[in-house]
Design a protein around this ligand. Structure first.
Ligand SMILES: NC(=O)c1ccc[n+]([C@@H]2O[C@H](COP(=O)([O-])OP(=O)(O)OC[C@H]3O[C@@H](n4cnc5c(N)ncnc54)[C@H](OP(=O)(O)O)[C@@H]3O)[C@@H](O)[C@H]2O)c1
Length: 348
């Protein structure tokens, strides 16, 4: 049996695939290159959700690989502590924070303006911040907070930073050398990477039900709907923006032992944790890092990944059938009208 066939079989089994076994088997199966063998010197990475769990582990890797790292965080004290820790452990002083609550559009706008002014060329933008709210929470504008945090804000942030991302592929060598932010590497497409979840397999795309009604609210279903929307939007961005400028990827990290999962799904953590089946945050961040650094990730756009392999976005006919062009167009329109940001025709 080929490695790809073994992997595909593993993916269908779900529990072993998503657990710590999945990544440990696949890393041996494929003989993955070590992340430490890559360099991000001269590249600017903007990362959300870097103060905990998977994002925190990823931030340490980005810093160690030499990136100029900009973390977007809502809590100024936590952000400063994380910046200090990253500088100390990596010896990399190009670590910065920008403060924004991603449940608030005004703060997303302010953060995007600050970033565009200070870092006009962005090579990697990572939408990692996310949460599962067992009790419904609402953003300042009244929208369900998981939808705001994981669907609307990433859409808006990508849109507002589009020119900085495109600059990664268009900046010429003379400009690069004049700019202290960048060393003399050649222009490459930027990468926008969205941390979704395998939970999205359980929900289909229905834009009119993107936000659950209060009377039916279930945190896990609401979370999965937002995560499904993220994966579909990732494909839609890839159709709308040329891959020579920006490539888009989404992924699911498997089941990872983080403060987020322990709080949201305590029973799940209690059962799988002691069995050693939850991934470490480093393992949870592996594919995210790999998509950020490996040249092969520049060859495709719009894919959904798990353990360094592109995966199908559907595991059931129900979700496959619901994902129609009309639903997709409604989702894009919802994002544009909800955030007030529209993709200019010149940006394509
Ligand atoms: N852990 C898993 O098994 C698993 C599985 C599938 C997908 N994921 C996804 O992976 C990503 C990271 O999850 P995790 O498990 O590492 O969770 P986590 O430990 O709870 O970390 C979540 C991060 O998001 C930030 N965040 C939350 N709400 C925010 C807001 N309104 N504004 C700005 N930042 C906000 C948090 O900031 P604070 O530190 O300020 O709270 C934190 O840095 C999420 O998108 C999650 O859905 C995780």
């Amino acid at each position: 049996m080929s490695n790809a066939k073994i992997d595909a079989f593993l993916e269908k089994t779900i529990v072993p695939s998503f657990s710590s076994l999945g990544i440990r088997i696949r890393s041996r199966l494929y003989g993955w290159p070590e992340l430490s063998s890559y360099s991000l010197h001269g590249q600017t990475v903007v990362l959300t959700g870097a103060t905990s769990g998977i994002g925190k582990a990823a931030a340490h890797r980005y810093a160690a690989l030499g990136a100029t790292l900009v973390i977007i965080a809502r809590n100024p004290d936590k952000a400063q502590q994380q910046v200090n820790a990253l500088k100390k452990t990596s010896g990399n002083n190009n670590i910065h924070s920008v403060i924004a609550d991603l449940g608030n559009h005004d703060q997303v706008h302010t953060a995007a303006c600050e970033i565009a002014e200070k870092w006009p060329v962005i090579h990697v933008l990572v939408h990692n911040a996310g949460a599962l709210f067992n009790k419904r929470q609402r953003a300042q504008n009244g929208t369900d907070l998981s939808v705001e945090l994981m669907v609307a804000s990433p859409f808006l942030l990508t849109g507002l930073l589009l020119d900085c991302l495109k600059a990664s592929s268009t900046i010429d060598l003379a400009q690069q050398q004049a700019n202290e932010q960048i060393d003399n590497r050649s222009a490459v497409p930027a990468r926008v990477i969205t941390m979704s979840s395998g939970g999205m397999y359980t929900e289909a795309l229905h834009v009119d039900r993107l936000e659950m009604r209060d009377e039916n609210y279930q945190g896990a279903s609401q979370y999965a709907r937002a995560k499904r929307a993220q994966v579909v939007l990732n494909e839609m961005w890839a159709e709308r923006v040329q891959a020579q400028h920006i490539v888009f990827h989404s992924l699911h990290p498997g089941w990872v032992k983080t403060p987020g999962i322990t709080e949201a799904l305590p029973g799940f953590s209690k059962v799988l944790g002691p069995l050693g089946l939850l991934r470490t945050p480093d393992e949870g961040a592996d594919s995210l890092l790999w998509l950020s650094v490996d040249p092969s990730a520049l060859k495709t756009s719009g894919g959904f990944w798990h353990d360094r392999v592109m995966r199908d976005i559907d595991m059931s006919d129900k979700s496959r059938k619901a994902d129609t062009p009309a639903q997709r167009s409604a989702l894009w329109q919802w994002c544009e009208s909800h955030t007030g940001w529209q993709l200019p025709t010149t940006a394509r």
